[in-house]
Design a protein around this ligand. Structure first.
Ligand SMILES: [Zn+2]
Length: 136
C-alpha cells in the first residue's frame, strides 16, 4: 500500500510549532515535554498548559498508535478537494497524546481500533503538513 501525500495545511506555523512540523518532514513525531509536570504538552506550545513553565524539551515518539475515532471527508475544501474522499481521524498515540491526523489509506480500509504508524511524506517541497498515518 502506498501512502499518499496531503496538501499543506499550516503554511503559517507558529514559532512554537516549527519543531513539530520539521519533525514530520523527516518522519519524526516530536512533542513538547514539560520537565516539571513530567508530561507531554499537546498541541505544541511555548509553555506547559498546566504549570506554565517554558517548554525546553522535546521528545520524539515512535509515531505508533490506534484509530480512536474517524470520519470520512467526502468533499475536501480547497486543495483537499483533490484528495477526497479521505479519512480524518483521532489517533491515540501509544505514549499518550491523541492527535488529529489524516489517514493515508482509503476510507473502505479504516476502522476504529486499527493500528497505525506515522507516514513520511513523499513530496519534496518541504511544505509543512499535518500528520499523516497509515495502517500498520
Ligand atoms: Zn508543566
Amino acid at each position: 500500500m502506498t501512502p499518499r501525500d496531503f496538501p499543506a495545511t499550516d503554511p503559517q506555523a507558529q514559532p512554537e510549532e516549527v519543531p513539530f512540523y520539521e519533525g514530520l518532514l523527516v518522519g519524526e513525531f516530536r512533542v513538547p515535554w514539560c520537565s516539571r509536570c513530567q508530561t507531554f504538552v499537546w498541541r505544541p506550545k511555548s509553555h506547559c498548559t498546566a504549570c506554565y513553565d517554558a517548554i525546553s524539551d522535546w521528545r520524539v515518539l515512535p509515531g505508533t498508535g490506534e484509530i480512536y475515532s474517524y470520519c470520512v471527508v467526502a468533499k475536501g475544501d480547497g486543495a483537499f478537494a483533490s484528495v477526497a474522499p479521505y479519512v480524518l481521524a483521532w489517533v491515540a498515540l501509544d505514549e499518550g497524546p491523541t492527535v488529529l491526523a489524516n489517514i493515508a489509506d482509503g476510507p473502505d480500509l479504516v476502522q476504529i481500533g486499527y493500528r497505525v504508524r506515522l507516514s513520511v511524506p513523499t513530496c519534496d517541497d518541504r511544505a509543512f503538513r499535518g500528520p499523516v498515518f497509515m495502517l500498520s
